[in-house]
Design a protein. Structure first.
Length: 480
DNA sequence: TATGATT
């Protein structure tokens, strides 16, 4: 297929068959591939880019020039996809990595081929990635695994140039590492074989093996974190409607609890209260804060008086809600927006608690059908759920015994009544995508967190009771 | 079933 060097070649160049549908694949028709005779290249072989090649030279012409440095695995002249025209450059892979290095140092910018006015280029192809595409981020390692352990794990896939376990200042592993391979291919092979393949001792999820972030991705990540921080410091006020039907179920449940605590005589009061002003409803939520006070308070407060709720708690705990609450004529929005899982209290319904759970279940199963938050206030939930993971000390709750069907959205809905939720995260098994039935909720202030604990710890759902407590600080019993 | 998803 040697196109006559020089000469007046026909403008169309090589025939379509030889021209280039397979420029980049392993065994292109027009490429020079030793084939079965030399099937193997080193696992850490380097693909070279060769530039400043005269248009008249094809693979056969170039071969002798490069064979000098070692056995060639593949040599492919790049041609225009459409016209088939020689692009003046080629990809070259030697069987041995060493050959590539020798060729590069001997040829790169060291000589100029006939007819060219710039020296030949011989360097690792851009696709080899300038380091980034061979560098892996490894996550979910066991804390006790060191560099040697990681090396052992990755060694079968190629030549490891670099291996670093990330550590805290005190030397303990962060459970992740960087591994840099000699080539992109090796790195990819490791990803293929190892990612998700096993769970290391002491890790909470299966092994993560992926390309490390590029500089650009890292910058982007930083930006996002910054944005998240800003959002946390300026939480958008919560429109009351955003609390949604789900909240209603909880309110009614709380009303039922209160009614029970106060004895049969006051039952109807609480039940009615749940359907009255939202101010009253939210007060009822907070009431379990002081169960002792409520239970032992003298029967002095009349039927219209809500027992044992200090004003400061109401203000601090539900601060963001207050303005909207005051502006609302009543609870009509909750019941009339068509989003409530069940209508206002009907006389025949026996157990408000069961009812509450039914409503919850309903909501959890079809979050998008209700989605009052995201529909009415699209900017709101994203600000809450996206980035920032933790609130200040004392603002982060660990919640256990969540219903299996609970997702982040349901978690938010559940804790929204107690304050501004900075983030809510249900833990999900990587492999199955199933909830692990525990999660975290972060508020922007400790009072909300305490209120939520008081109100929701022990909250019964089906056969389970929620366990709601402050998240264990990670430096709990750290020696110093 | 048990404590934030990493660079």
């Amino acid at each position: 297929m040697a196109a006559a060097p020089g000469g007046s070649a026909p403008p169309a160049g090589p025939s379509p068959r030889l021209g280039f549908s397979t420029a980049d694949s392993g065994v292109g028709m027009s490429g020079l591939n030793p084939g079965p005779a030399v099937p193997m290249k080193d696992h850490d072989a380097i693909k070279l880019f060769v530039g400043q090649i005269p248009r008249g030279l094809d693979e056969q012409d170039l071969k002798p020039l490069f064979e000098e440095f070692g056995r060639i695995y593949e040599l492919t002249v790049l041609k225009d996809r459409l016209t088939g025209l020689h692009k003046g450059c080629a990809f070259l892979t030697y069987c041995a990595r060493d050959s590539a290095l020798k060729a590069q140092s001997a040829l790169h910018e060291q000589k100029t081929l006939p007819g060219m006015n710039r020296p030949i280029q011989v360097k690792p192809a851009a696709s080899e990635g300038r380091g980034e595409d061979r560098k892996l981020f490894v996550g979910m390692l066991g804390k006790q695994q060191g560099e040697e352990d990681v090396r052992r794990l990755f060694q079968p896939f190629g030549h490891i140039e670099e291996c670093t376990v990330l550590r805290s200042p005190d030397g303990t592993s962060k459970g992740c590492a960087f591994v840099k391979f000699g080539s992109q291919g090796e790195a990819q092979a490791a990803i293929q074989s190892l990612h998700g393949s096993r769970t290391m001792a002491g890790a909470s999820s299966s092994l993560v093996v992926k390309l490390a972030d590029t500089d650009r991705e890292r910058a982007l990540r930083r930006m996002q974190q910054m944005a998240g921080q800003l959002g946390a410091f300026h939480p958008a006020p919560l429109p009351l409607g955003a609390c949604g039907a789900y909240t209603t179920a909880i309110l009614q449940h709380q009303a039922a609890l209160l009614a029970a605590a106060q004895g049969p005589g006051l039952g109807p009061v609480a039940a009615v209260a749940a359907q009255m002003q939202h101010v009253a409803a939210f007060s009822l939520v907070a009431a379990p804060l002081l169960p002792a006070a409520a239970a032992s308070s003298p029967p002095g407060g009349g039927p219209g008086t809500l027992p044992g709720l200090p004003a400061p708690i109401g203000v601090n705990g539900f601060g963001p809600l207050t303005p909207q609450t005051n502006g609302q004529p009543g609870s009509d929005t909750l019941y009339n927006n068509g989003l409530s899982p069940y209508p206002a209290q009907s006389p025949g319904v026996a157990d408000p608690l069961q009812q509450a759970y039914a409503g919850m279940h309903h909501y959890a199963a079809y979050p998008s059908a209700y989605a009052p938050v995201s529909t009415a206030f699209p900017q709101q939930p994203s600000a809450l759920s996206q980035q920032q993971r933790e609130g200040p000390e004392g603002c982060n709750l660990f919640i256990y015994h969540l219903p299996q069907e609970f997702g982040d959205a349901e978690l938010i809905q559940t804790f929204l009544p107690f304050g501004a939720v900075v983030s809510a995260k249900v833990f999900v098994d990587r492999a199955t995508n199933q909830s692990k039935c525990f999660g975290f909720v972060s508020f922007d202030n400790p009072t909300s967190a305490q209120t939520a604990i008081q109100a929701m710890n022990g909250f019964q759902i089906g056969m389970k009771r929620l366990k709601v407590q402050l998240k264990r600080p990670k430096d709990a019993n750290r020696p110093y």
